[in-house]
Design a protein around this ligand. Structure first.
Ligand code: GLV
Ligand code: MN
Ligand code: MN
Length: 456
């Protein structure tokens, strides 16, 4: 299977160690595990997340690699023999270690461990690469505890204006302190930014988290676009009161208003199909007792589409419906857009490289969009991006039952490695572009892989 690579790399072979990858996935999957539910809770910057981070850094060190932590808390793993910033452009691969509450073990973690495996394969294979292979574990992609999803990748992309100055978690605790414990530094956040052009390409391997590949029998997904996501945080304010003595007429029941908001979100994506999906996933009523009318409710609405204009129209329609709900229930509804990530297209060149790699490995593949958000969306600001999916059993994710067949996990990592080799110009006479001479560190130019935002 590696014969062509052996040839093309001048006698040097590179392959991933599938057993090692699966062992690491199993080991990482025990960190933050709730034995009762089988779910994993590793909210970004929580104690469990820090344990997972320490595990990754230990594995990297044991592999002879050099892990460091940037100011945003991203873990960056480089080959040891290269000094930091040795002048080469970087071929970056990665994903995130943090999870949602009661999650599966693969979302994010798989892509990080596969990236580690590829960088290790470069080292073990003695690959002389014109680009420095680097694995990254982005901090707080999910935003489960500190509600700033894509935290680490936004910082890397220099999107500091989109981040709050003094972020806090749902209980008001400062991100600053948690970040320091994880090895970061909020006051130096700017230093986590990478200039445009420093990353030749970014590749993210991930479980599909949906049913498409399993249904079609494809073993590999080649992502063409990643959905845009807007998360609105709503504060519904009514009037608390005794549930037994307050007449129905004249109530300003924040919970009743919130229920209408849930249905409005379902309506705009369901019946009206203004955006692909809309979800109220979090709802915190106050005081949350059986015999008191809710005085206020905090809730979120997550809206997604791969077209920015459709997403904007859906949001506008929802906001009008919220005004009507507030008027009819005697409540006030304050809306804050906590998160906005634009839909992005992946690089055509990297898509072709992924397809060729899957072909070489005899893996059936298909092109599909990603309904989930990914750090790649942020990295797209500074580099061309490519995304590889493997099938999710039952098409489910963000639940303990999330799983992928071991053979597919290993196959996905092999595709990542091949795509990486192809991207740096090894094993790729058929590479779609050849702007530089391979094996000439410091003298090459960027591979001119295009990127663009969809729908804008
Ligand atoms: C990120 O995991 C998302 O919710 O899409
Ligand atoms: Mn996720
Ligand atoms: Mn993910």
């Amino acid at each position: 299977m590696t014969s062509t690579l052996v040839q093309r790399t001048g006698g040097l072979s590179a392959d991933i160690d599938g057993d090692r990858l699966l062992r690491r996935i199993a080991r990482l999957g025990r960190i933050g595990l709730d034995p009762e539910t089988g779910g994993i809770t590793r909210e970004g910057f929580s104690a469990a997340d820090c344990e997972a981070r320490a595990y990754l850094m230990d594995e990297a060190r044991d592999a002879g690699l050099l892990p460091t932590v940037d100011a945003a808390g991203n873990i960056i793993i480089r080959p040891r023999h290269t000094a930091y910033g040795d002048g080469r452009q970087v071929l970056m691969m990665g994903s995130h270690l943090d999870t949602v509450v009661n999650a599966g073990r693969l979302d994010g973690a798989y892509g990080v461990l596969a990236a580690l495996e590829v960088v290790q394969a470069f080292e073990e294979g003695g690959i002389d690469s014109p680009y420095e292979p680097v694995a990254v574990a982005f901090a707080n992609e999910e935003g489960a505890l500190f509600p700033q999803p894509f935290w680490g990748s936004m910082a890397m992309a220099g999107r500091l204006a989109g981040l709050p100055r003094e972020p806090r978690d749902h209980q008001g605790r400062r991100l600053r302190d948690a970040l320091r414990r994880a090895g970061g530094d909020l006051d130096a956040l700017g230093s986590a930014g990478w200039p445009h052009g420093s990353v030749a390409a970014y590749l993210e391997l991930h479980v599909e988290q949906g049913p498409v590949l399993e249904r079609s029998g494809s073993r590999i997904g080649v992502v063409d676009a990643i959905t845009g996501r807007t998360v609105l945080t709503l504060e519904v304010r009514g009037a608390a009161g005794h549930s037994g003595t307050s007449p129905m007429k004249g109530r300003r029941d924040a919970m009743a208003a919130a229920a209408r908001v849930v249905l409005a979100a379902e309506h705009i994506a369901g019946e009206r199909a203004l955006c692909r999906v809309a979800t109220v996933g979090r709802i915190d009523p106050h005081p949350n007792t059986p015999n008191t009318i809710a005085g206020s409710v905090r809730m979120t609405v997550d809206l997604r589409d791969t077209d920015v204009w459709r997403a904007a129209t859906a949001e506008e329609t929802l906001r009008r419906m919220l005004d009507a709900i507030a008027a009819s229930t005697g409540t006030e509804i304050e809306v804050v857009a906590e998160t906005r990530s634009d839909p992005v297209s992946t690089s055509e060149v990297l898509r072709a490289a992924i397809e060729r790699s899957a072909d070489e490995l005899g893996l059936p593949h298909e092109v599909l969009p990603s309904g989930a958000g990914h750090d790649a969306q942020m990295v797209a600001d500074i580099a061309p991006i490519g995304m590889i999916f493997v099938p999710s059993l039952g098409g489910i994710s963000h639940v303990p039952e999330e799983d992928t067949a071991p053979a597919d996990l290993v196959a996905g990592a092999r595709v990542l490695l091949r795509t990486a080799l192809r991207t740096i110009g090894i094993g790729s006479e058929d590479r779609p572009d050849a702007p530089h001479t391979p094996h000439t560190p410091h003298t090459h130019s960027a591979p001119h892989i295009e990127r663009h935002t969809t729908g804008s």
